[in-house]
Design a protein around this ligand. Sequence first.
Ligand SMILES: [Cu+2]
Length: 112
Amino acid sequence: MRSCATQALCLAAASLAVMSAAALAQVDLPTVGQKDRAFSRESLEIRAGGSVRFQNDDSVAHNVVVRDPGGATRTSPLQRPGDKTDIAFAAAGEYDVRCALHPRMRMTVRAQ
Ligand SMILES: [Cu+2]
């Protein structure tokens, strides 16, 4: 037994659900810009398990090197101007975030 009155309504409801999920994913991610060889903020607090979008708004390439609370390091692919990279912060704790190409680019993500 279908809950939709017609197949057309079912399809409309399904596509709306997909669109809103995609829209939420876009809106919900906190974003950190990379511009003038600096991160757009010095620190950011998020929920543990959340992701952060790093967006290269600069005219040069960057990357994102994340040191986890346990000391393990993750390095993103090279980000060319305009590239966006989503990085997950699974465990609660403080993460040191840097760019390997520009040692002065540093910030902290606190997940709780
Ligand atoms: Cu950089």
